[in-house]
Ligand binder design. Structure first.
Ligand SMILES: [Zn+2]
Length: 253
């Protein structure tokens, strides 16, 4: 577990000289949030996006006490000493933790570990027996999404692999796409766009390559990311074109 403090992610100084302090004995619980955005910014970029958004709302700075990104990395928002702004009506009585991914999907196990670790830390700061709840239980919102919400409200149990996934159906689906891509390869030169390009961009991002914004448009950065992926595999032609072989290597391995 890795914690990125405000200095490390280059947080703006709080407006008005400082955040309002929490009164520790009043803090009795932890409220879990999510980004509310599917395929949004990741890591430090997500944290900066929240800060910009919250400053735009007129808040003194980023509204959450802590954030957890999709790799489970923890980012300090307002920390343990300051009152958050993200859970209307509950900010002086709780610590807010935001998962910067999309809580309608099951997050990586490291995310869940980090959320649990933050709850443990909260109990070190504010005393044993803290309640843990969700934004949707404290306000009229779907935050933090069905999967994460159910996990939190269900007691934050251990979760190993995603459940209820029909892997055979998924493989059939990707094999169908692969056949389409083989018949009509995706590339910058053919000005490919659409859902399959978006899938390729998302998958490249998940595998650590940078196709730029996931927008379903096969542009220069996507081509560069495809070339880098192809080069990393060793057995693919490095041409920036997604044919059946490249698609298969990207998704089915
Ligand atoms: Zn929320």
């Amino acid at each position: 577990m890795f914690v990125v403090d405000r200095g490390m992610w280059d947080a703006q100084p709080p407006r008005g000289g400082g955040f309002d302090a929490l009164t520790p004995w009043r803090v009795k619980g932890v409220v879990i949030h999510h980004s509310g955005v599917q395929d949004g910014a990741k890591g430090t970029a997500a944290v900066h996006a929240f800060e910009r958004h919250h400053l735009g709302l007129g808040w003194d700075g980023i509204g959450y006490n802590w954030l957890v990104d999709e790799t489970g990395t923890i980012f300090e928002g307002r920390g343990w000493g300051a009152r958050g702004a993200a859970t209307k009506g509950w900010n002086s009585r709780s610590i807010s933790v935001c998962y910067t991914g999309w809580g309608f999907r099951q997050p990586h196990a490291t995310v869940l570990e980090s959320i649990k670790a933050l709850v443990d830390k909260a109990e070190e700061h504010f005393g044993r027996g803290m309640w843990v709840s969700t934004h949707r239980r404290k306000g009229s919102t779907t935050c933090p999404g069905d999967w994460l919400g159910n996990w939190v409200e269900g007691g934050m149990g251990d979760v190993s692999a995603p459940q209820g996934v029909d892997w055979d159906a998924l493989i059939r689906y990707f094999n169908g796409l692969r056949a389409q891509v083989d018949a009509a390869p995706l590339s910058r030169w053919t000005r490919s766009r659409g859902k399959t390009v978006r899938l390729v961009q998302t998958r490249l991002t998940d595998r650590g390559f940078d196709p730029g914004v996931v927008d379903g448009i096969f542009g220069r950065r996507t081509a560069k990311a495809v070339r880098e992926f192809q080069g990393s595999q060793g057995f693919l032609k490095v041409d920036g074109v997604v044919n059946g072989d490249t698609f298969g290597a990207l998704f089915l391995q």
